[in-house]
Design a protein around this ligand. Structure first.
Ligand SMILES: NC(=O)c1ccc[n+]([C@@H]2O[C@H](COP(=O)([O-])OP(=O)(O)OC[C@H]3O[C@@H](n4cnc5c(N)ncnc54)[C@H](OP(=O)(O)O)[C@@H]3O)[C@@H](O)[C@H]2O)c1
Length: 253
């Protein structure tokens, strides 16, 4: 059966009205609920806001690498005035603050303090750190950190640190390289040194991998937090300065 020319015009007109209504409805919904927000990991090219808690040998080295890579930083100390010179030397995108200010500022927060200080920090900044990506470099040493370090070594640091920082998106990172190599072997010639990572949150791991690359090293995701034990103090890969390929082989990845 053939449709008359008039009927076909009406159908086409109806269709275009329906499409217009559908498009207008979609536009209204987007306006009302807002366009889907970009996550930290998706905005791969744009600078990250990073708070650094513990700007010592490890935190200070990473502050230099990440400032050079163009990220915005709050480097923190319990005595922030002592970090003024370092902040100035790192350029206009770096300022100083207290640990709390660093936690509030960062979409990503590096915690790089003595392991024994982590439970208290986790309690003090629970609200500020909730939901944030937290990179934890801490290593437990019984001589420095007391009995809690023995327990953390037994459990593995991924499991132990997660208990101190409930509600954060935790990644174990930069704990298995010594401070001298972290400062001096960044972007070295030839194959880069591999940095093992462990975390349970996929986006947090993605961001951590980006920050390992930006620091001049090659990320190696070992697994979830329970796998952090594989590169804790005393393991065969700890501070061995292995390339990523060597690290993967040694860990059977
Ligand atoms: N050094 C290494 O080769 C190495 C390698 C891998 C992992 N790690 C681990 O990474 C962590 C940091 O090591 P690091 O060598 O960088 O230490 P560090 O040079 O002694 O720096 C630690 C920083 O932690 C801050 N801090 C100390 N007690 C604190 C507290 N109660 N609350 C808040 N901040 C506190 C201090 O900052 P303020 O006094 O200015 O507040 C200090 O700048 C440790 O757990 C360490 O075991 C170290």
């Amino acid at each position: 059966m053939t449709m008359s020319r008039g009927a076909s015009h009406v159908t086409v007109a109806r269709r275009s009205v329906l499409i217009t209504i559908a498009l207008a409805t979609f536009a209204c919904v987007v306006m009302l609920i807002g366009a889907p927000s970009r996550t930290v990991a998706e905005s791969d090219a744009s600078p990250l806001k990073i708070g650094i808690i513990g700007t010592g040998r490890i935190g200070g080295a990473l502050a230099k690498h990440w400032a050079k890579a163009g990220h915005e930083l709050v480097i923190s100390s319990r005595h922030p005035e002592e970090l003024q010179d370092l902040a100035r030397s790192l350029g206009p995108k770096v300022r100083t603050g207290t640990p709390r200010e660093a936690a509030v500022f960062g979409d990503v927060v590096l915690v790089s303090i003595p392991y024994g200080a982590m439970p208290q920090l986790g309690r003090d900044l629970k609200a500020e750190l909730a939901g944030k990506i937290v990179l934890d470099t801490g290593n437990p040493y019984p001589g420095r950190d007391g009995d809690m370090a023995e327990e953390a070594r037994r459990k593995g640091t991924g499991v132990a640190s997660a208990e101190f920082f409930p509600g954060v998106r935790l990644v174990r990172a930069f704990n298995a390289i010594n401070a001298g190599a972290l400062a001096g072997e960044s972007h070295r010639k030839g194959e880069l040194i591999g940095i093992p990572l462990a975390g349970d949150d996929a986006e947090a791991l993605k961001v951590a991998q980006r920050l390992v690359r930006d620091a001049g090293f090659e990320p190696v995701v070992v697994g979830g937090l329970s796998r952090a034990k594989d590169f804790d103090v005393g393991t065969p890969v700890y501070t061995r300065l292995l390339t990523a390929a060597e690290l993967r082989k040694a860990l059977g990845l």
